[in-house]
Every structure is written in C-alpha cells, then in structure tokens.
Design a protein around this ligand. Sequence first.
Ligand code: AMP
Length: 460
Amino acid sequence: MNFETLGISPALLRALADTGYTTPTPIQAQAIPLVLSGEDVLGGAQTGTGKTAAFGLPLLQHLSKNMGVRGPRKPRALILVPTRELAVQVSDNLKTYARHLRINVTTLYGGAGMQPQINNLQRGVDVLVACPGRLLDHLERGTAKLDAIEMLVLDEADRMLDMGFLPAIKRVLARVPAQRQTLLFSATFEARIKALALEFMRNPKQVEVAAQATIASTIVHRVHPVDASRKRDLLIDILAARHSERVLVFGKTKHGCDRLCKQLDQAGLPSVAIHGNKSQAARQNALNQFKSGRTRILVATDVAARGLDIPDLPLVINHDLPMVAEDYVHRIGRTGRNGASGEALSLVAPDEAALLRQIQRMLKADIAMETVDGYEPSRPLRLDGSAMTKRAPAGKPGGQHAPRKNSAPRPQGAPKAGKPHRGHGHAHGDANKAGAHAHAARNGSPKHRGAQDGRRDRRA
Ligand code: AMP
C-alpha cells in the first residue's frame, strides 16, 4: 500500500516524495480514505504516529480542489491545537505537504503579537492552525472570520480538555458553520472525548492505532556513558566485536550519518546510510543492500527510518539520542519483534543527560548504565543527580558483559509540563516508582539538582 493507492493527488505525492515518506503509517492508511470521502473521523492516535499527515493530506487535497477565488481569502479549514509548539509543528508539516499547492497556512497562538497575526489574516488564509484562546481574541475583535470553514480538526483534543479549553472550544465551534467535516484526534477515547464527538460530529467513523509507546519487554536497554568525541571509536569497537550481527545505527543529522558511514567504511566496517538528502532510489538501494545482507550495518536518521519496512534486528545502536523521547520508541521498535530478544544500546555523552532522563521517564523499563573501560567520560553522566555506572570489561563493549545488576533507577519525579516542581520536599509522578532512590535523594542535594534539571529539560 502507498499514498497513491490511498487516493492522494499528484501534487501532494510529489511533496511526500520530496519529504521521503514512502509508506503510509497505520493511522494514515486508515484515516486518509475516510477523510477523502468526506466522513467525520474520530482518530485515536498520539504524536509520533503520523496523525498530522493523516488529517493534513486529505485536508489539503480537499482545499486544493476548489481554489477558484483569487485575492484575500477566508479560512476554509481550521485546526485547533492545545499548544503553541503543536501549532508551529502542525503548520510546518502542512506547509511542507502543500509546497506544490497554492495554499496559505497561518498560525495563531498566544504569547505573540496580535498585529502580525492580523496582517496575515488580512492577506488571506486557507488553513488556520490556532490555539483556542488566541483564536477567540481574534474572533471577538472581528479580525478572524470562521463563516467559510468547511473542515474542522480538533487535534490532541484530550490535551485541550486537560488544559481547560472546553469552554473556549465551544465558543469557537459556535462560530463555525454546521455544514462542515469534523475530525477529532485524541490519544484516548475516554467518556469526555466521546461526549465532545457526540455533540460536534456527525456519525463519526472511528479509527485507532495502538499507543505507540509500547516496547517489547524482551528488549534490553543499555547506555554506555562516553564523551561525544569518543563515540565514534566506541561504536567501531562495538561493531567490530559484534561482527556477525545486523545492526541499525541511528545518528542525529544527515551529515553526521554520512560522516559516520565513511568512518565506518575506513575502519573496515562497510555500511550504508539512509537520510532525507538521499534520493528515493538511493535510499531504496541502501535498504535493499541491508535487507539482503550484503551490508550488515545501516546508518539512519529518524525521519528516513520512519515508515520503512526494516526487518527485525538483534541490535539497534543510538550513536546519538533522539531529540524527542518518542523517537526512541520508534527506533527501538526495530528490535525484539515477535518475542525475539533484542538490544538497544545508546552511546550517551554527559550533555545528553536531559534527553536520557526524558527517555527513561517514558520507558517503563530500566536502563542499564555501563561504562566501557577505556571510554570513561570526562564528566559523569547524571541520570537523577547521582552517577550510577557499572564497568564493562575492557574490549568487550556492547552486550558482551556480565549480567547487569545495577540498573539505573527511575528518574526523580520531574514535574509534569506546565507544573514546575519548585519544592524540596517531595517528588511526584514517576518518583513513586523510584522508591528507595527517591527517598535517599530527598535527604540530600542530588534531589534538588534533579528537580532543577527537570525544569531545564522542559525549557530546552
Ligand atoms: P506526527 O505524529 O504527525 O507528529 O508525525 C510524527 C513524525 O513522523 C513526523 O516527524 C512526521 O514528519 C513523520 N511522518 C509522518 N508520516 C510519515 C510517513 N508516512 N513516513 C515517514 N515519516 C512520517
């Protein structure tokens, strides 16, 4: 199955090819045909599943069909989102998909000046991506009009309700024509979401993908603390020691992946790379080489690997941690499938501690920290204020060690987003599970450091 068979139009297909998407994600496969046929859709999907394109592609396709009017236009599609970050992310995605279409996407969120937004609205808009509060401001001032809306999307509806936006949503919806197509995406279908759907949607079709944050319990996660400058050498040692296994290595950037690929080649470890700068043919070629076993090492960026049919692997190595914790799940989903045992190995520099904490908060599994002899980092890698490492025998990096006993504890209960934890006295959230460690840390400065680091994470 591909985007063409789902009914996506040529201009959008071209944009997808430019972006490097080859295969629709499950939520896209389910939702796109329904949305294209004009149905209201209630989608159960979290960030990371490809939900933005699941509603964005058919939405753009619908708008592009009747683009007769020239000059300033009123918005015909409205996407309500809970946060400014999501507004920016969604509109960036839509602009990417709409690059071969004459469709304008405008973003409205609070905390930014009204006037530039008013100017944008006056210039003419096709798609409005907005947070409810700021949109209401514009509606009350008469600077935004919703009487031409044909498609409405409530994205991350559960989060909007969590944030108390229900009254604002209702006021916005009162200004949107009843004759419209409505799509609602939420991580869960709890009662309040169903109630919202019942009130504002017409006979919605329900599609759902499993929460993506499920990682096979057969996977062992381990971290090797190492200075950034020594990661490449450590990676080479690991790959040389495990010479018979197929390995997927993740890098952060396209250039970083290319460089790594060359360095591995020079070290006598042939590899192929896939990333967004490579043509579709080059990527397919690399993937074929890897799948057929001609090359056993594949180096990839997150975007390039997403949606690709990569076979089950015994080992995935993160040369760099992903920028968002969810991507760790996507990466690691390549190993340990169907009950097979798998290993996820991350080379983590002290500077990446905040990312590692996010990943550990999300994973409901322990991560074993093992320093490899000869690769000790110049500063300790701190997970929750204290350095907890075990040594791996020299020359046997990456999974050849003795059984792991001292897994790092769960991180301190860092405050949930939007609720900074300022006190000294208690930890919350996952801290309950941190048990003795949380208790021990409470009595000393590491706890405090942990909480502060938690705050820094979220600002980053
Ligand atoms: P979302 O859940 O919409 O935030 O998407 C998560 C990530 O997956 C984004 O970085 C998208 O660019 C990417 N993505 C979405 N659909 C696909 C696809 N079919 N193939 C590859 N990457 C995709």
